[in-house]
Design a protein around this ligand. Sequence first.
Ligand code: DLL
Length: 433
Amino acid sequence: MIYNMEFETMPREALEAIQLRRLKTTLDRVNATVPFYRKKFKEAGISPAGVKSLKDLQRLPFTTKQDLRDNYPFGMFAVPMDNVVRIHASSGTTGQSTVVGYTARDIDTWAELMARSLAAGGATRGDMIHNAYGYGLFTGGLGVHYGAEKLGASVIPVSGGNTKRQIMLMKDFGPTILTSTPSYALHLAEAAEEMGISFTGLKFKYGIFGAEPWSENMRHEIERKLNLNAVDIYGLSEVIGPGVSIECHEVKNGLHIFEDHFIPEIINPETGDVLPYGETGELVFTSLTKEAFPVIRYRTRDISSLHPEPCMCGRTLVRMKKVSGRTDDMLIIRGVNVFPSQIESVLMEINEIEPHYQLVLDREGNLDTLTVQVEIGERLFSDEVKQLQDLEKRIAKNIKEYLGVSAMVKLVEPKAIARSEGKAVRVIDKRNI
Ligand code: DLL
């Protein structure tokens, strides 16, 4: 279902006219209210009045995570604190957390974007949404919550954790949509199995998963284990939270970006040059309607590409390719660049192993080493050592063949790898410890 027919199926020309108008308003406002932007624009020798077309956006300077940190906690807010009704913060897994704020209108905008997202992901007002994204400073829980209510669905605000109880609720209430990180979805599947409850007996139709990278092969694994249709949702606190883009459940090939609220660009992360449609690089977003925390050309570090071809679902919004990783997640193993999600993809092709893994980076002498720890099921674990060694070799061979990196593969016993209730920790880097 398309929640907002007018804006989601708008002809490009009309959309671009709206974008330009909103961009100008945003630039005027940040120039007047945020010293950081005023200074940056001045240094770059460009004034908001000088922005006459969407193309002129490219002349504006980027905003980085470091800029947000330098202005911690509220220095980037564009409204007085009196008008801020909500504060969230990013998890800070890659350093100090960043703080974002919302006015009452921002909360409405976000709820609308999440209602659109849930609808694109297969939800209707008749659905019951089991929302296992964490509630708190993280934007996942409350983001989905407000969107679900706006859509008119029933939302169960279960948050992350207390996994066994979640399974009981699923059995008793019969929710039809699951929202969580993909890694927590797998944890739920495992817990259900232990409790003797099968997802085939539950009522789930769609799962709307995001907040961390997950490969296409991981999608298949989740769909099989949870007996539902898995859709990818993307977003980040700095831009608004979840609801920046989502796959339509009909096509599931690229995530539609809500371009009436955000302008996406793909840049070469080294040079900052804007890349044409179809090329892979770093995603950059400019917000068009946010009041409390507007962002101008915010560098996400997420890697994707943009695709303008029309979609069968009817939306005219550009699609971004499933995020394959972050520029700062890239592992460089003896000179070869590889993303954790690529290793995940190779692992998920192997039937004998479970979808729980961790990558450990270390250094021997001057050389980086990569150890891939991956779980096997109970049944295999009792197999002969020789067989397990053969399996380790086979996995290492596949990684080398597909990705060109040498890895040590270590099969570990069931449950040896810590389960996450939110974003999974995939990489342990011991090189700087
Ligand atoms: O993770 C917002 C969110 C909540 C998105 C729930 C989807 C569902 P942050 O905690 O600020 O916000 O983390 C943002 O997570 O820059 C990406 O690196 C990563 N990320 C988010 N969604 C996806 C996705 C939320 N679908 C950071 N695929 C982003 C890959 C994702 N990575």
